[in-house]
Design a protein around this ligand. Structure first.
Ligand SMILES: [Cu+2]
Length: 142
């Protein structure tokens, strides 16, 4: 009888470990944060370099990516028309949508005033990561 209880305890402990491991894995998805400029920063001039840091994902240029999870970044300047499941269009740099495997992007020719940059992690096929992994910064130029 006592042995049976011990086995039950061992099962519960094993289940607990498995559950804790599953939780840890669920929380270890990619992260993304913008390091520069600072939120609300006022910048002199018409060019701004947006820099960010990501973890938990292998970043590969889309043209070289072999698997879906080799992701890359997109930057949306003064627009936020991305959505889950929808491929982010290419060839729209002049309209404020950039694709990059770098951790920074220089934006040039900004009009004076308020701006917002959103970085969006995506799969190799330019579809936003699920669940969404984004980072936003607002700044002004003068
Ligand atoms: Cu892309």
């Amino acid at each position: 009888m006592k042995l049976r209880f011990r086995n039950l305890d061992a099962s519960l402990i094993a289940f607990g470990f498995a559950f804790a491991t599953a939780c840890a894995m669920a929380q270890s998805g990619p992260t993304l944060s913008i390091t520069s400029p600072k939120m609300g920063e006022a910048i002199a001039g018409d060019s701004v370099t947006v820099s960010w840091e990501g973890t938990g994902v292998k970043i590969v240029p889309a043209a070289d990516a072999k698997v879906r999870e080799e992701g890359h970044y997109h930057l949306f300047l003064d627009r936020e028309d991305f959505r889950s499941g929808a491929e982010i269009p290419r060839g729209m740099e002049n309209e404020g949508i950039y694709h990059t495997a770098a951790n920074r992007l220089e934006l040039k020719g900004l009009k004076p005033g308020s701006h917002k940059a959103i970085v969006v992690l995506s799969y190799n096929n330019h579809v936003p990561w699920e669940p969404l992994v984004t980072a936003t910064v607002a700044f002004t130029t003068r």
